[in-house]
Design a protein. Structure first.
Lengths: 156, 116, 199
């Protein structure tokens, strides 16, 4: 089942609206380091992370090319495939710079995605809380649980 | 914009009541060439008109009615017309509700033919 | 920078395996990938050249499970070791929560190790990251080669470990030291997260 899920709740409503209007098959909202804030259409968290890492890498490498050409960063990139297109957009919010990776099929178009992406960015900027960092989160004895988790992972 | 595209669009926008005309890539919904009055959201019209055309084409296919030659949407505040041209290009025009649709259609068909 | 979500109680951390070309960074990830159950790992992504040299990065997402009530995920990356790929190394290093430096223990590779370590410091500084404050672990790989070809752990500590960070002997092809290295890096990353001052 296709699902929309937000790690950060403020992103959910704008994402749902964008997906419905642009006809996107898959959408990821992430930080420039590839950390996912929200997703639509992916089912396994780990596949999401691979897609986010690759999307963030494309944006980062094209950004470096822009720097080498002494021009402003690309705000959007589009890769047109036979069946699907991939749209990558970068934008600023009070939460910091974010990236969106959008996969669309023949029932949508890059024009539609671009059109509703502008609204998506505006809605996200309005909904975003200021950057939040530095809360102590883990219990002091987290090592025991970490050791158990790693032992399970490695079958030890 | 090439002279050929400009001429094709100028003949459409010359008709009284037309607020703008565009050549749009049907698959992408992106503008290829445009001649628009201020206030017309070209990108939005192009993307949505291309999407509409795609849906209508699918509907007509499903009804075994062939491909649409002409879409005409009439609203309280204006008119939208789409005419498919060769190579997946769409000629799109927006105008006042009372513009001469027959004349606009004729010029749009000519524009479409001129793109071959 | 780690992503912590208090509503859904999720933590995602990024650990980068750094080091000179052919030191065994990709081998570390391949070994981990081979040992971790299917449901706890994603697909390993390798952007490599035709000769299997890392071109951009390798990427392996891991699900650690619940730690302190948080679903914890680690993203493991490698950088391309070859000197001329510095631009891509910088990109992969962005937002790293911790670094594993994989050194090649062969005596003749010492200079490459030193250069790569210096390059790491430069790239971290360029990003405004303080290398000394970053969770950092050293791994001396290829210790399974004949002893006359490799430097000992003590010798490598003297040459490379000037900050006194945790260091491990390893033979990544056989898996020796791979788990210990990842465990130490994970602990440092999560400890840093647990010690950060509340806002």
């Amino acid at each position: 089942m296709t699902q929309t899920r937000a790690v950060e709740a403020w992103t959910l409503r704008p994402l749902e609206r964008f997906v419905a209007e642009a006809g996107a098959r898959l959408t990821l909202l992430m930080t420039p380091a590839g950390q996912v804030l929200a997703q639509h259409g992916f089912t396994r968290a780990v596949d999401v992370m691979s897609a986010a890492a690759l999307g963030a890498a494309i944006v980062a490498s094209s950004g470096e090319l822009a720097t080498m050409l002494r021009q402003k960063q690309f705000s959007a990139l589009n890769h047109q495939g036979v069946e699907h297109g991939i749209f990558l957009g970068a934008f600023d919010t009070p939460r910091g710079r974010l990236l969106a990776l959008v996969v669309y099929g023949p029932d949508s178009s890059v024009g539609l995605v671009q059109l509703f992406f502008e609204e998506f960015v505006t809605e996200l900027a309005a909904a975003a809380p200021a950057e939040e960092r530095g809360k102590a989160v883990l219990a002091a004895d987290f090592e025991r649980e970490l050791n158990e988790s790693l032992a399970t992972l490695f079958g030890q | 914009m090439t002279t050929r595209f400009r001429r094709a669009l100028d003949n459409v926008t010359r008709v009284r009541g037309v607020r703008g005309a565009m050549l749009v890539a049907g698959d992408d919904g992106l503008i290829v060439a445009e001649s628009l009055m201020e206030g017309v959201r070209g990108n939005a019209v192009a993307a949505l008109a291309a999407s509409l055309h795609k849906r209508f084409r699918q509907s007509m296919d499903a009804g075994a009615a062939g491909a649409p030659h002409f879409l005409h949407l009439q609203g309280d505040g204006g008119t939208l017309i789409v005419v498919p041209a060769p190579d997946g290009i769409l000629v799109v025009a927006v105008g006042d509700p009372n513009m001469n649709v027959g004349l606009v259609r004729l010029e749009m068909l000519r524009a479409a033919e001129g793109l071959t | 920078m780690s992503l912590v979500n208090f509503t859904t109680r999720e933590i995602t951390c990024k650990i980068v395996y750094y080091g000179p070309g052919r030191s065994g960074k990709t081998t570390n990830l391949q070994y981990i990938y081979g040992r971790v159950p299917d449901d706890r790992r994603g697909r390993m992504v390798s952007l490599a050249t035709q000769t299997d040299r890392t071109l951009f990065f390798d990427f392996l997402p891991l699900e650690l499970g619940s730690i302190s009530g948080f679903t914890t995920r680690f993203q493991l990356y490698t950088v391309p070791g070859q000197v001329y790929y510095n631009a891509t190394r910088k990109l992969v290093l962005q937002g790293a929560d911790g670094v594993v430096f994989v050194a090649d223990s062969q005596a003749r590779q010492l200079e490459e190790n030193v250069e790569s370590l210096q390059n790491l410091q430069e790239n971290l500084l360029a990003q405004g990251a303080d290398a000394r404050g970053m969770p950092f672990v050293l791994q001396y790989n290829k210790q399974d080669l004949p002893q006359d070809l490799v430097l000992s752990k003590e010798e490598l500590d003297d040459a490379l470990n000037f900050w006194g960070v945790p260091s491990f002997s390893a033979a990544a092809l056989a898996g020796t030291g791979v788990f210990e290295t990842l465990k130490a890096a994970s602990e440092l990353v999560l400890r840093k997260l647990s010690q950060e001052e509340p806002v």
